[in-house]
Design a protein around this ligand. Sequence first.
Ligand SMILES: [Cu+2]
Length: 327
Amino acid sequence: MSNDATSNSWSRRQILQWGGAVGLSFAASAVAIRAFNRQSVITPPPMRDLDAESPGFLPVKFLRSFDYGKVVKENGRTVREFTLNAKTTPVQLDKANSFITWNLNGQVPAPTLRATQGDRIRIAFYNQAGHAHSLHFHGTHPSNMDGIKPVKQSKVFIYEFDAEPYGVHPYHCHIEPVTRHIGKGLYGMLIVDPPQPRPLADEMVLIMGAYDLDENRQNELYAFNGLPHYYMHHPIPIKKDRLVRLYVQNMIEFDAAASFHLHANMFQVYPTGRTIHPAFETDVITMGPAERHILEFSYKYPGQYMFHPHQDYMASAGCMGIFDVIS
Ligand SMILES: [Cu+2]
Protein backbone atom coordinates (compact mmCIF):
# COMPACT_ATOMS: atom_id res chain seq x y z
CA MET A 1 0.00 0.00 0.00
CA SER A 2 1.29 3.49 -0.81
CA ASN A 3 2.02 6.26 1.65
CA ASP A 4 -0.70 8.13 -0.09
CA ALA A 5 -3.23 5.67 1.15
CA THR A 6 -1.77 5.88 4.64
CA SER A 7 -2.34 9.58 4.97
CA ASN A 8 -5.79 9.22 3.50
CA SER A 9 -6.79 6.70 6.12
CA TRP A 10 -6.70 9.26 8.91
CA SER A 11 -8.59 11.88 6.99
CA ARG A 12 -11.17 9.27 6.10
CA ARG A 13 -11.49 8.22 9.71
CA GLN A 14 -12.15 11.83 10.61
CA ILE A 15 -14.64 12.00 7.77
CA LEU A 16 -16.41 8.96 9.16
CA GLN A 17 -16.51 10.36 12.65
CA TRP A 18 -17.45 13.91 11.86
CA GLY A 19 -18.67 13.97 8.27
CA GLY A 20 -22.24 12.99 9.05
CA ALA A 21 -22.64 15.70 11.64
CA VAL A 22 -21.64 18.44 9.26
CA GLY A 23 -23.56 17.10 6.30
CA LEU A 24 -20.63 16.06 4.15
CA SER A 25 -21.81 14.90 0.76
CA PHE A 26 -21.68 11.18 0.03
CA ALA A 27 -19.89 11.91 -3.22
CA ALA A 28 -16.92 13.36 -1.33
CA SER A 29 -16.69 10.46 1.08
CA ALA A 30 -16.99 7.97 -1.79
CA VAL A 31 -13.94 9.55 -3.38
CA ALA A 32 -12.01 9.29 -0.12
CA ILE A 33 -13.02 5.69 0.35
CA ARG A 34 -12.02 4.83 -3.18
CA ALA A 35 -8.68 6.58 -2.78
CA PHE A 36 -7.42 4.22 -0.17
CA ASN A 37 -9.35 1.05 -0.71
CA ARG A 38 -6.87 -1.08 -2.61
CA GLN A 39 -9.36 -3.50 -4.04
CA SER A 40 -12.67 -1.77 -4.58
CA VAL A 41 -11.98 0.81 -7.23
CA ILE A 42 -15.56 0.33 -8.34
CA THR A 43 -17.63 3.48 -7.87
CA PRO A 44 -20.91 2.53 -6.23
CA PRO A 45 -24.06 4.36 -7.29
CA PRO A 46 -24.80 7.23 -4.86
CA MET A 47 -27.40 6.64 -2.18
CA ARG A 48 -30.34 8.97 -1.93
CA ASP A 49 -29.89 10.38 1.47
CA LEU A 50 -27.63 10.81 4.46
CA ASP A 51 -29.31 11.03 7.81
CA ALA A 52 -27.29 13.16 10.18
CA GLU A 53 -29.54 12.83 13.19
CA SER A 54 -27.46 10.02 14.67
CA PRO A 55 -23.80 10.88 14.06
CA GLY A 56 -21.76 7.72 14.27
CA PHE A 57 -24.77 5.65 13.28
CA LEU A 58 -24.72 6.10 9.54
CA PRO A 59 -25.47 2.83 7.80
CA VAL A 60 -25.02 4.52 4.40
CA LYS A 61 -21.37 5.18 5.14
CA PHE A 62 -20.74 2.04 7.16
CA LEU A 63 -21.94 -0.20 4.33
CA ARG A 64 -18.97 0.33 2.01
CA SER A 65 -16.33 1.59 4.48
CA PHE A 66 -13.18 -0.39 5.16
CA ASP A 67 -10.52 0.75 7.61
CA TYR A 68 -7.11 -0.40 6.37
CA GLY A 69 -5.38 1.32 9.28
CA LYS A 70 -2.28 3.45 9.28
CA VAL A 71 0.35 1.49 7.40
CA VAL A 72 3.92 1.36 8.62
CA LYS A 73 6.76 -0.86 7.44
CA GLU A 74 8.79 -2.67 10.09
CA ASN A 75 11.69 -4.81 8.88
CA GLY A 76 10.04 -4.91 5.47
CA ARG A 77 6.77 -6.09 6.89
CA THR A 78 3.40 -4.33 6.59
CA VAL A 79 2.01 -3.32 9.96
CA ARG A 80 -1.49 -1.86 10.12
CA GLU A 81 -2.19 0.34 13.12
CA PHE A 82 -5.75 0.93 14.24
CA THR A 83 -7.27 2.96 17.07
CA LEU A 84 -10.46 1.81 18.76
CA ASN A 85 -12.03 3.83 21.55
CA ALA A 86 -14.69 2.19 23.70
CA LYS A 87 -17.42 4.70 24.46
CA THR A 88 -20.90 4.94 25.91
CA THR A 89 -23.28 6.76 23.59
CA PRO A 90 -27.06 7.16 23.44
CA VAL A 91 -28.63 6.58 20.03
CA GLN A 92 -32.15 7.11 18.72
CA LEU A 93 -32.96 3.71 17.18
CA ASP A 94 -36.35 4.76 15.86
CA LYS A 95 -39.00 7.36 16.66
CA ALA A 96 -40.02 5.62 19.87
CA ASN A 97 -36.80 4.13 21.21
CA SER A 98 -33.49 5.54 22.33
CA PHE A 99 -30.82 3.19 23.63
CA ILE A 100 -27.55 3.60 25.53
CA THR A 101 -24.97 1.82 23.39
CA TRP A 102 -21.53 0.60 24.40
CA ASN A 103 -19.57 1.05 21.22
CA LEU A 104 -16.23 1.53 19.49
CA ASN A 105 -15.39 4.94 18.00
CA GLY A 106 -18.96 6.08 18.61
CA GLN A 107 -20.52 3.69 16.11
CA VAL A 108 -22.45 0.41 16.02
CA PRO A 109 -21.21 -1.80 14.45
CA ALA A 110 -17.56 -0.93 15.10
CA PRO A 111 -15.37 -0.01 12.11
CA THR A 112 -14.71 -2.82 9.63
CA LEU A 113 -10.98 -3.45 9.91
CA ARG A 114 -9.19 -4.87 6.90
CA ALA A 115 -5.79 -6.39 6.26
CA THR A 116 -4.13 -8.93 4.01
CA GLN A 117 -3.09 -12.33 5.30
CA GLY A 118 0.42 -12.06 6.70
CA ASP A 119 0.19 -8.38 7.68
CA ARG A 120 0.78 -7.47 11.31
CA ILE A 121 -2.22 -5.90 13.05
CA ARG A 122 -1.68 -3.46 15.94
CA ILE A 123 -4.69 -2.04 17.71
CA ALA A 124 -4.55 0.66 20.37
CA PHE A 125 -7.66 0.04 22.45
CA TYR A 126 -8.64 2.96 24.68
CA ASN A 127 -11.41 2.32 27.15
CA GLN A 128 -13.25 5.62 27.49
CA ALA A 129 -16.48 3.94 28.56
CA GLY A 130 -17.84 3.58 32.07
CA HIS A 131 -17.26 -0.18 32.29
CA ALA A 132 -14.40 -2.61 31.82
CA HIS A 133 -14.27 -3.91 28.26
CA SER A 134 -11.94 -5.90 26.00
CA LEU A 135 -11.44 -6.81 22.35
CA HIS A 136 -11.58 -10.47 21.45
CA PHE A 137 -10.82 -11.28 17.82
CA HIS A 138 -11.69 -14.49 16.03
CA GLY A 139 -8.82 -15.87 13.97
CA THR A 140 -5.44 -17.30 14.97
CA HIS A 141 -3.27 -15.59 17.61
CA PRO A 142 -1.43 -16.23 20.93
CA SER A 143 -3.40 -16.48 24.15
CA ASN A 144 -2.18 -13.16 25.55
CA MET A 145 -3.80 -11.44 22.56
CA ASP A 146 -7.10 -13.27 22.91
CA GLY A 147 -8.85 -10.32 24.57
CA ILE A 148 -10.50 -12.03 27.49
CA LYS A 149 -8.78 -9.86 30.13
CA PRO A 150 -10.68 -6.73 31.15
CA VAL A 151 -9.27 -3.35 30.19
CA LYS A 152 -10.49 -1.02 32.90
CA GLN A 153 -11.99 2.40 32.40
CA SER A 154 -9.40 5.00 31.30
CA LYS A 155 -6.84 2.28 30.51
CA VAL A 156 -5.16 1.40 27.21
CA PHE A 157 -4.20 -1.99 25.83
CA ILE A 158 -2.31 -2.71 22.63
CA TYR A 159 -3.50 -5.83 20.84
CA GLU A 160 -1.00 -7.09 18.28
CA PHE A 161 -1.11 -10.23 16.17
CA ASP A 162 -0.65 -11.54 12.65
CA ALA A 163 -3.57 -11.30 10.23
CA GLU A 164 -4.36 -14.97 9.75
CA PRO A 165 -5.98 -16.91 8.31
CA TYR A 166 -7.70 -15.06 5.47
CA GLY A 167 -11.42 -14.92 5.97
CA VAL A 168 -14.12 -12.96 7.77
CA HIS A 169 -13.54 -12.67 11.51
CA PRO A 170 -15.85 -11.10 14.08
CA TYR A 171 -14.41 -9.08 16.91
CA HIS A 172 -16.25 -8.16 20.07
CA CYS A 173 -15.96 -7.39 23.76
CA HIS A 174 -15.48 -10.52 25.88
CA ILE A 175 -16.35 -9.28 29.35
CA GLU A 176 -19.02 -11.16 31.30
CA PRO A 177 -21.86 -11.21 30.65
CA VAL A 178 -20.65 -11.30 27.05
CA THR A 179 -24.20 -11.38 25.76
CA ARG A 180 -24.87 -8.02 27.34
CA HIS A 181 -21.63 -6.43 26.10
CA ILE A 182 -22.31 -7.57 22.53
CA GLY A 183 -25.99 -6.69 22.79
CA LYS A 184 -25.06 -3.17 23.83
CA GLY A 185 -23.08 -2.77 20.59
CA LEU A 186 -19.45 -3.81 21.11
CA TYR A 187 -18.91 -5.81 17.93
CA GLY A 188 -17.43 -5.45 14.47
CA MET A 189 -15.79 -7.32 11.60
CA LEU A 190 -12.18 -7.94 10.62
CA ILE A 191 -11.71 -8.90 6.98
CA VAL A 192 -8.45 -10.65 6.17
CA ASP A 193 -7.97 -10.73 2.42
CA PRO A 194 -6.25 -13.69 0.81
CA PRO A 195 -2.73 -13.04 -0.55
CA GLN A 196 -4.18 -13.13 -4.07
CA PRO A 197 -7.01 -10.54 -3.96
CA ARG A 198 -10.54 -11.59 -4.80
CA PRO A 199 -11.93 -10.28 -8.13
CA LEU A 200 -13.22 -6.72 -8.23
CA ALA A 201 -16.75 -6.32 -6.94
CA ASP A 202 -19.07 -3.84 -5.29
CA GLU A 203 -18.23 -4.85 -1.72
CA MET A 204 -20.50 -4.27 1.25
CA VAL A 205 -20.68 -5.25 4.91
CA LEU A 206 -23.99 -6.29 6.45
CA ILE A 207 -23.84 -7.08 10.15
CA MET A 208 -27.01 -8.29 11.76
CA GLY A 209 -27.54 -7.09 15.31
CA ALA A 210 -30.38 -6.72 17.77
CA TYR A 211 -31.45 -4.65 20.76
CA ASP A 212 -32.88 -5.92 24.04
CA LEU A 213 -34.47 -2.64 25.06
CA ASP A 214 -36.03 -3.73 28.35
CA GLU A 215 -33.26 -6.16 29.37
CA ASN A 216 -35.58 -9.16 29.50
CA ARG A 217 -33.12 -11.27 27.48
CA GLN A 218 -35.29 -11.00 24.39
CA ASN A 219 -34.71 -8.63 21.51
CA GLU A 220 -37.32 -6.06 20.61
CA LEU A 221 -35.50 -4.48 17.65
CA TYR A 222 -33.27 -5.93 14.94
CA ALA A 223 -31.03 -4.17 12.44
CA PHE A 224 -28.57 -4.41 9.60
CA ASN A 225 -25.60 -2.19 10.49
CA GLY A 226 -27.02 -0.62 13.60
CA LEU A 227 -30.24 1.16 12.75
CA PRO A 228 -33.55 -0.74 12.45
CA HIS A 229 -35.34 -0.53 9.08
CA TYR A 230 -32.60 1.72 7.69
CA TYR A 231 -32.01 0.08 4.32
CA MET A 232 -35.73 -0.38 3.88
CA HIS A 233 -36.15 3.40 3.88
CA HIS A 234 -32.79 3.96 2.15
CA PRO A 235 -32.56 1.25 -0.52
CA ILE A 236 -29.01 0.32 -1.50
CA PRO A 237 -28.37 1.10 -5.18
CA ILE A 238 -26.44 -1.52 -7.10
CA LYS A 239 -25.74 -1.83 -10.82
CA LYS A 240 -27.47 -4.45 -12.91
CA ASP A 241 -25.10 -7.31 -13.86
CA ARG A 242 -22.34 -6.03 -11.55
CA LEU A 243 -20.81 -8.49 -9.11
CA VAL A 244 -21.80 -7.72 -5.52
CA ARG A 245 -19.77 -9.17 -2.65
CA LEU A 246 -21.49 -9.15 0.73
CA TYR A 247 -19.63 -9.74 3.97
CA VAL A 248 -22.50 -10.92 6.17
CA GLN A 249 -22.19 -11.57 9.91
CA ASN A 250 -24.67 -12.53 12.60
CA MET A 251 -24.10 -10.70 15.90
CA ILE A 252 -27.64 -11.17 17.21
CA GLU A 253 -27.68 -12.29 20.84
CA PHE A 254 -30.51 -14.26 22.54
CA ASP A 255 -31.79 -15.83 19.27
CA ALA A 256 -30.35 -19.25 18.45
CA ALA A 257 -29.79 -18.39 14.80
CA ALA A 258 -30.61 -15.90 12.09
CA SER A 259 -31.06 -16.58 8.41
CA PHE A 260 -30.33 -14.31 5.46
CA HIS A 261 -32.51 -14.42 2.39
CA LEU A 262 -32.13 -12.54 -0.90
CA HIS A 263 -35.16 -12.03 -3.12
CA ALA A 264 -35.40 -13.06 -6.78
CA ASN A 265 -31.84 -14.30 -7.00
CA MET A 266 -29.31 -16.90 -5.90
CA PHE A 267 -25.94 -16.24 -4.25
CA GLN A 268 -22.61 -18.04 -4.09
CA VAL A 269 -21.47 -18.90 -0.55
CA TYR A 270 -17.88 -18.71 0.71
CA PRO A 271 -18.28 -20.08 4.26
CA THR A 272 -16.51 -17.93 6.87
CA GLY A 273 -14.76 -16.29 3.90
CA ARG A 274 -12.34 -19.21 4.14
CA THR A 275 -12.55 -20.38 0.56
CA ILE A 276 -11.36 -18.86 -2.70
CA HIS A 277 -14.02 -20.67 -4.69
CA PRO A 278 -17.68 -20.80 -3.69
CA ALA A 279 -18.75 -23.84 -1.70
CA PHE A 280 -22.37 -23.84 -2.86
CA GLU A 281 -25.24 -21.77 -4.16
CA THR A 282 -28.52 -20.97 -2.42
CA ASP A 283 -30.90 -18.10 -1.67
CA VAL A 284 -31.17 -18.50 2.09
CA ILE A 285 -28.44 -19.26 4.60
CA THR A 286 -28.68 -19.78 8.35
CA MET A 287 -26.05 -18.45 10.72
CA GLY A 288 -25.61 -19.19 14.41
CA PRO A 289 -24.18 -16.49 16.70
CA ALA A 290 -20.95 -14.99 15.27
CA GLU A 291 -21.24 -17.03 12.06
CA ARG A 292 -20.37 -15.13 8.90
CA HIS A 293 -19.94 -15.69 5.20
CA ILE A 294 -19.06 -14.02 1.96
CA LEU A 295 -22.01 -14.03 -0.44
CA GLU A 296 -21.69 -13.11 -4.12
CA PHE A 297 -24.34 -12.37 -6.70
CA SER A 298 -25.40 -10.04 -9.48
CA TYR A 299 -28.89 -9.01 -10.54
CA LYS A 300 -30.15 -9.73 -14.05
CA TYR A 301 -33.23 -7.49 -13.91
CA PRO A 302 -33.60 -3.89 -12.66
CA GLY A 303 -35.98 -3.21 -9.82
CA GLN A 304 -36.20 -3.35 -6.04
CA TYR A 305 -35.46 -6.55 -4.16
CA MET A 306 -35.71 -7.25 -0.43
CA PHE A 307 -33.10 -8.90 1.73
CA HIS A 308 -33.87 -10.03 5.28
CA PRO A 309 -33.79 -12.97 7.67
CA HIS A 310 -36.42 -15.52 6.70
CA GLN A 311 -37.63 -15.31 10.29
CA ASP A 312 -40.33 -12.72 9.77
CA TYR A 313 -40.31 -11.52 13.38
CA MET A 314 -36.74 -10.33 12.88
CA ALA A 315 -37.46 -8.72 9.51
CA SER A 316 -40.57 -6.92 10.70
CA ALA A 317 -38.71 -5.68 13.81
CA GLY A 318 -36.05 -3.91 11.73
CA CYS A 319 -33.73 -6.41 10.02
CA MET A 320 -34.95 -5.56 6.56
CA GLY A 321 -33.38 -3.92 3.54
CA ILE A 322 -33.81 -3.35 -0.17
CA PHE A 323 -31.41 -3.49 -3.09
CA ASP A 324 -32.35 -1.03 -5.82
CA VAL A 325 -30.98 -2.53 -9.03
CA ILE A 326 -30.38 0.15 -11.64
CA SER A 327 -29.43 -0.27 -15.30
CU1 LIG B 1 -17.60 -4.93 27.17
